[in-house]
Design a protein around this ligand. Structure first.
Ligand SMILES: [Fe+2]
Length: 244
C-alpha cells in the first residue's frame, strides 16, 4: 500500500497517446473542425521537468463541499429529471486515481446553456447554472447530482441536434494533464446522427462514451443513477477531444 501511495504522490510524466480510438482533429462531418484543426504537422515540444513538477494542484484545489450538487446552487431546485452521475477515474491497468479534479458542464433540461452565446428559444432555468466539480476519493470515485440535460440544435447543418450529453474535464497533478470528453446516455436515438459522437471511428470506443443506467445506485423516490467510468489511456481508454 505504501508503494502505491508514494507512486500517486509523485507527479508522473505524461505520455502521448499513440492514436487509435480518439477522434481526428479534422473531421469533415463535424463542420467547424475544418476551421479549427491545425493545417501544419504538429511540432512536439520537448517534455521537461517543469511540466511534471509544478504547479501542484493538490493543495489548492478550488472545490467546496457542495460543488458536486448542481441542483443546490440556487434558491430553488431546477426543473427536470433529477439524476446522479458517478463513476471511477482509472489508469491504464484499471487502478483508481484519487485527487483528480473532475469538472462538468451541461445544458439544462430544455437543452439550453446558461451562456450568452446560447440563443436558441428554449427556456433558461434561473435555478440551474449547469456547472459542477469534485475531486476523486481514495477509490478514484467521483459523484454528481444534477438534472438530465436536454437535446439542443446546433449549426452543423440545417436540422442538426446534439444528443443529450454532459461535458467532462479531468485535471491531474499538473496543468498539462487535462483531458476533455463528453458523456452520453444509453438508448438516445440522436447518437446515430451526431457527427461529434461519430467522429470516434471505432464502435467499441464510442460505447466507452456512454454512461449506463445503474439500478443499484438509483435512489428510490429520488434520482435515477448513471455510471460513467473514465479510463485515461490503454485499450479501454475513454475517447478524448484533441487528445493527441
Ligand atoms: Fe454541449
Amino acid at each position: 500500500m505504501r508503494s502505491v501511495q508514494t507512486r500517486l504522490d509523485t507527479p508522473r510524466s505524461y505520455m502521448r497517446e499513440p492514436g487509435g480510438a480518439h477522434p481526428p482533429l479534422d473531421c469533415p462531418p463535424y463542420r467547424s473542425s475544418a476551421l479549427r484543426h491545425p493545417k501544419q504537422p504538429l511540432v512536439y515540444l520537448p517534455h521537461t521537468i517543469t511540466e511534471i513538477t509544478g504547479p501542484r494542484l493538490l493543495s489548492e484545489l478550488p472545490v467546496s463541499e457542495h460543488d458536486n450538487d448542481l441542483t443546490r446552487q440556487h434558491e430553488g431546485e431546477p426543473i427536470g429529471e433529477r439524476i446522479t452521475v458517478s463513476g471511477r477515474v482509472l489508469d491504464t491497468e484499471g487502478r483508481p486515481l484519487r485527487d483528480t479534479l473532475v469538472e462538468i458542464w451541461q445544458a439544462n433540461a430544455a437543452g439550453r446553456y446558461a451562456h450568452r452565446a446560447d440563443r436558441w428559444p428554449a427556456p433558461l432555468d434561473p435555478n440551474f447554472s449547469g456547472a459542477g466539480r469534485c475531486v476523486t476519493g481514495e477509490d478514484g470515485r467521483y459523484r454528481f447530482t444534477t438534472i438530465k440535460p436536454g437535446a439542443y440544435p446546433w449549426g452543423n447543418s440545417e436540422n442538426a441536434w446534439r444528443p443529450a450529453h454532459i461535458h467532462f474535464s479531468l485535471l491531474g497533478r499538473a496543468f498539462v494533464q487535462r483531458l476533455v470528453t463528453q458523456m452520453y446516455f444509453p438508448g438516445d436515438e440522436l447518437l446515430a446522427l451526431d457527427p461529434i459522437f461519430n467522429s470516434v471511428a471505432e464502435a467499441k470506443a464510442r460505447e466507452r462514451m456512454l454512461s449506463r443506467l445503474s439500478i443499484e445506485r438509483t435512489q428510490p423516490h429520488w434520482a435515477l443513477a448513471y455510471e460513467f467510468d473514465v479510463y485515461l489511456r490503454g485499450p479501454q481508454a475513454t475517447p478524448f477531444e484533441e487528445a493527441h
